[in-house]
Write a protein that binds this ligand. Structure first.
Ligand code: AP5
Ligand code: MG
Ligand code: ZN
Length: 216
């Protein structure tokens, strides 16, 4: 199953993709996670990406496309992948089409997760992430067992640097029109499926699994 989770910041792409990765046994590939890891390790990629991410802007296509192209050639993608946060522009979507043609494969599903903007803002304000393993929590909707401590690895939970209110608003604004254009792009290909991303994390996961089962 080759699929994309599309949707605005905070809609639940990462949360849902992590669960799908486990149940479907295909890798979750998130460009945001790749950039954050590179920033943490102070690699050349991290240095390129940091200023864009901190400003809530998109990292340039030429940087992002190359990373995804390389990642999709890894053997663990043979049976499929879950892309999260890519593509984010039509140029990225077209580049992805080319990469997949080269590999003789095709997208099966594009899932467009949706929730109202005020819900997204609340989710991002309450999100906490583990500094060590990147696990994602929410102070109210999905709290860890012990406040400030990761259930999975015991690491410290912090706020993402781009989750400050000002940057959140910017990210939503930057992505709104682009996400709508991408939805049209995949609607025209007949592979877009809209899914309501409200009603709790498990409920959304159930909707996704039903959709995936129906499209196998
Ligand atoms: P990225 O990391 O992809 O950030 P994003 O798109 O802004 O999305 P988020 O990770 O904020 O949201 P999410 O949908 O994953 O939500 P989550 O599951 O965490 O990108 C960061 C930056 O990197 C970009 O701004 C850009 O600069 C750069 N970048 C990345 N990809 C790029 C690309 N392709 N091109 C150019 N630049 C790129 O959930 C949010 C919170 O809500 C959590 O706390 C969670 O617990 C909670 N929650 C989730 N679902 C529910 C639910 N159903 N009910 C209640 N709470 C929920
Ligand atoms: Mg995410
Ligand atoms: Zn952790």
């Amino acid at each position: 199953m080759d699929m994309i989770l599309l949707g605005l910041p905070g809609v639940g792409k990462g949360t849902q993709a992590k669960k799908l990765e486990e149940s479907l046994e295909i890798p979750h590939i998130a460009t945001g996670d790749i950039f954050r890891k590179a920033i943490k390790n102070e690699t050349p990629l991290g240095k390129k990406a940091k200023s864009f991410i901190d400003a809530g802007e998109l990292v340039p296509d030429e940087v992002t496309i190359g990373i995804v192209k390389e990642r999709l050639t890894k053997p663990d993608c043979e049976n499929g992948f879950i892309l999260d946060g890519f593509p984010r522009t039509i140029a990225q979507a077209e580049a992805l089409d080319e990469i997949l043609v080269e590999q003789n494969r095709e997208l099966d599903l594009v899932i467009y997760l949706q929730a109202e903007i005020d819900i997204l803002v609340k989710r991002l304000a309450g999100r906490r992430v583990c500094v060590d393993c990147g696990a994602v929590y929410h102070v109210e909707n999905d709290p860890p067992e012990v406040e400030g401590v990761c259930d999975k690895c015991g690491g410290k939970l912090i706020q993402r640097s781009d989750d400050q209110e000002k940057t959140v608003k910017k990210r939503i604004e930057v992505n709104k029109e682009k996400t709508a254009k991408l939805a049209d792009y995949y609607q025209n290909k007949g592979i877009l499926h809209e899914v309501e991303s409200t009603g709790g994390i498990d409920k959304v996961q159930q909707r996704l699994m039903e959709l995936i089962e129906a499209n196998k």
